[in-house]
Design a protein around this ligand. Sequence first.
Ligand SMILES: *Cc1c(COP(=O)(O)O)cnc(C)c1O
Length: 410
Amino acid sequence: MEALKRFDGAYWRDLFDSRVGKSTWPYGSGVWSKKEWVLPEIDDDDIVSAFEGNSNLFWAERFGEKFLGMNDLWVKHCGISHTGSFKDLGMTVLVSQVNRLRKMKRPVVGVGCASTGDTSAALSAYCASAGIPSIVFLPANKISMAQLVQPIANGAFVLSIDTDFDGCMKLIREITAELPIYLANSLNSLRLEGQKTAAIEILQQFDWQVPDWVIVPGGNLGNIYAFYKGFKMCQELGLVDRIPRMVCAQAANANPLYLHYKSGWKDFKPMTASTTFASAIQIGDPVSIDRAVYALKKCDGIVEEATEEELMDAMAQADSTGMFICPHTGVALTALFKLRNRGVIAPTDRTVVVSTAHGLKFTQSKIDYHSKAIPDMACRFSNPPVEVKADFGAVMDVLKSYLGSQTLRS
Ligand SMILES: *Cc1c(COP(=O)(O)O)cnc(C)c1O
């Protein structure tokens, strides 16, 4: 920070702004366009990047107006990215550093991670593009097909292990203590250095205006800290004069941070997480718990939770206004609904919901919802396809009845 402080806020704003939308290596990446703040000493030739970042900050105008009476609601689509989740932002940094270590002949035979799906997808893709072996530990039958197919296709060595994420995490920590495999989980701070650029990007996309709220779904809790760090650096280095309040949103089935918050930050208790459609945050013993608590205290943050029905309904509601979000983003939107209803977030507050993965990675959950195939869930916003015979009259009949109901509605 001392070295960075030699330049003022205006210098950094102009520098970052000058790099947006160009393809100059490596600054075409949203992460590496902030290289001086991320990993300043790495040689440009050692960087492994897919020009991740620079994701869409979407004005959720219709969703905000229709469901919340808000007109300044935004969704930061971090999942519109190379492997379909924000994990790309951290993985480009980590794999670049490993690439550098291997060129320096350090004994790193490969990179490993435990994953709820998206980390392994990002790790495999970046390693494959640099020719570095990757090894992923996945909980058997707990991740989506779309997530599993990515490391397989990218040539990772995939271990499907009969346990949950926390079990995989424990195993890989033991294994990497014995073997020269570099551990790629987010307790590795290189990942967080990359992920923090999403926060800087939000400020940049608002022309360096600070939003009032930023809502982030949290599991292992590295990302909520990374966002805090990005905002805090922008404040300390004079790019902006304050930071937003942050909300960490958890699934009620995997809510150790929420319970900790509710207890007034008394003692933290890890738990065994239950199954949730928000499978990437099904974590009961988050490795970055201390970082997350620190960040939330510093920004006057809040923790909220979402039941399965709430998160699936919120996802379907968002989709019905033209988005196509993942269940984790549904968790964040549920937190927004609750804070809006309690009057904590005002209708005019500028609010950003962080969307962490692309909805296309979680299609099975959407199909189950829309076919009302989920036990004990009303699926209030489902929109099942109408089955109809290949017959002119039959098609006319269903269309007329559909069009009639549309006219009545409008
Ligand atoms: C990893 C992930 C999260 C949670 O991020 P943490 O840093 O583990 O809290 C949320 N959503 C998706 C889609 C993810 O892949």
